[in-house]
Design a binder for this molecule. Structure first.
Ligand SMILES: Cc1ncc(COP(=O)(O)O)c(C=O)c1O
Length: 405
């Protein structure tokens, strides 16, 4: 069978056997190298999505590939009935990297939604069991936010399209307005001595790559301190270097009580984690939370090598440099195309905001061999691997330019 025919047959089979919850592009990816992927039919694409910000080292990075193969040949999984060395070493490394939060402890799971679930459960246990405030149940999140697809994280996701059809959602979730400017403090009003926690992305990613106005995160921190409210930063997309800092909180200069991580942590191997400040971490007493696969040797070894490679290859510096290069290139598109309204984001989490649905533009770029994604409906998102070159960014922007014609 020729390869294109095989690809079409696979897509036809997918239409019968997969649940219809995704709107996949009509290509079946088969392999990758660096920032490039190839489909089953052999067509080559420049991948500026990096598995939705999950592959900082790109595809088939030799160090990551070797670390995974070596660990797989020794021990893949044991459960948390026992310790395993990669998990302990990973927790040690992450808590060291997050020293801006003060002393922290790590809990591991398998995805971003699960990491946020763990953060929510920790906050609830902290208020009820540690502090004895059984009435502090409400958790606040922001309009436009995205925190995952479990029932609790959907309830805290401030976008109706993700929530509809799943009600009644949990009664303790409350969505507050995303601040519109530096003086807008409406979101702080509902935070009181009755609030359990607030969860916020340092930069809203899925919601359209939106930064809170200057000073807002500081004001939020101050209000949480005044009221004894747990402050959770959802760093699933901003964490592990995507902003040019190890964590979005470093960039913002505000230390939360808990952060959630996933996506880029293990270079594409499924993993999730929370880091919680010592006092808060104590709320997760023995038996209060668990995950069969969480922190298993394979995922932990992958994460360790991913972190080492980012550090030793100085990829955070590269994120900053390539990110500002990309920003300049995208700004030129704003000057050129009336429907391009602005450039958003930091580091290698960047978006070109349009005044229309971004999906057809992304589809046209794909036809020109460049993979991009949509954020917040109208924003074309660039979340390339950190190893992306300037020439590759040029190619991506040129494809977008052509798609906008
Ligand atoms: C900020 C944020 N939180 C949580 C999630 C959910 O992560 P996962 O899909 O791994 O459950 C995402 C995914 O896009 C995200 O961007």
């Amino acid at each position: 069978m020729d390869d294109e025919k095989r690809q079409q047959e696979l897509i036809a089979t997918a239409a019968r056997v997969l649940t219809p919850n995704y709107k996949q592009a009509p290509i079946v990816l088969a392999r990758g190298q660096g920032s490039t992927v190839w489909d089953v039919a052999g067509k080559k694409y420049l991948d500026l999505t990096a598995g939705i910000a999950a592959c900082p080292l790109g595809h088939a990075h030799p160090r990551l590939t070797l670390a995974i193969a070596e660990q797989a040949s020794k021990l893949i999984h044991v459960s948390n009935l026992f310790f395993n060395a990669p998990q302990i070493e990973l927790a040690a490394r992450l808590t060291e990297l997050a020293r801006g939060m003060g002393p922290t402890r790590a809990f591991f799971c398998n995805s971003g939604a699960e990491a946020n679930e763990a953060a929510i459960k920790l906050a609830k246990r902290f208020q009820t069991s540690v502090r004895g405030h059984s009435d502090r149940v409400e958790i606040l999140s922001f309009e436009g936010s995205f925190h995952g697809r479990s029932i609790a994280t959907v309830a805290l996701t401030g976008q109706e399209k993700y929530r509809s059809g799943f009600g009644p959602l949990v009664e303790w979730a409350r969505i507050v307005p995303f601040p519109t400017d530096e003086n807008d403090r409406r979101a702080l009003d509902p935070i009181s001595e009755k609030t359990c926690a607030v969860i916020i992305e340092p930069i809203q990613a899925e919601g359209g790559i939106r930064k809170p106005p200057t000073g807002f995160l500081q004001a939020l921190r101050a209000r949480c301190n005044e009221t004894g409210t747990v402050l959770i930063f959802d760093e699933v997309q901003t964490g592990i270097g995507r902003t040019g800092h190890w964590f979005g909180f470093d960039r913002a200069g505000v230390a939360p009580d808990v952060i959630s991580l996933a996506k880029g942590l293990a270079g594409g191997v499924p993993i999730g984690a929370i880091l919680a400040r010592e006092e808060f971490a104590q709320a997760l007493t023995a038996g209060s939370h668990a995950s069969t696969f969480g922190g298993n040797p394979l995922a932990s070894a992958a994460a360790l090598e991913n972190l080492r490679t980012i550090e030793e290859e100085k990829l955070l510096e590269q994120v900053v440099a390539r990110g500002s290069y990309l920003e300049k290139k995208l700004s030129a598109l704003v000057a050129k195309h009336a429907r391009a309204k602005g450039v958003r984001g930091v580091g290698l989490l960047r978006g070109l905001a349009l005044d229309e649905d971004a999906s057809p533009i992304v589809a046209r770029a794909r036809e020109r061999g460049v993979l991009l994604s949509v954020a917040g409906g109208t924003v074309v998102r660039f979340a390339p691997p950190f190893i992306v070159s300037e020439a590759e960014l040029d190619q991506g922007v040129a494809a977008l330019d052509a798609a906008l014609q």
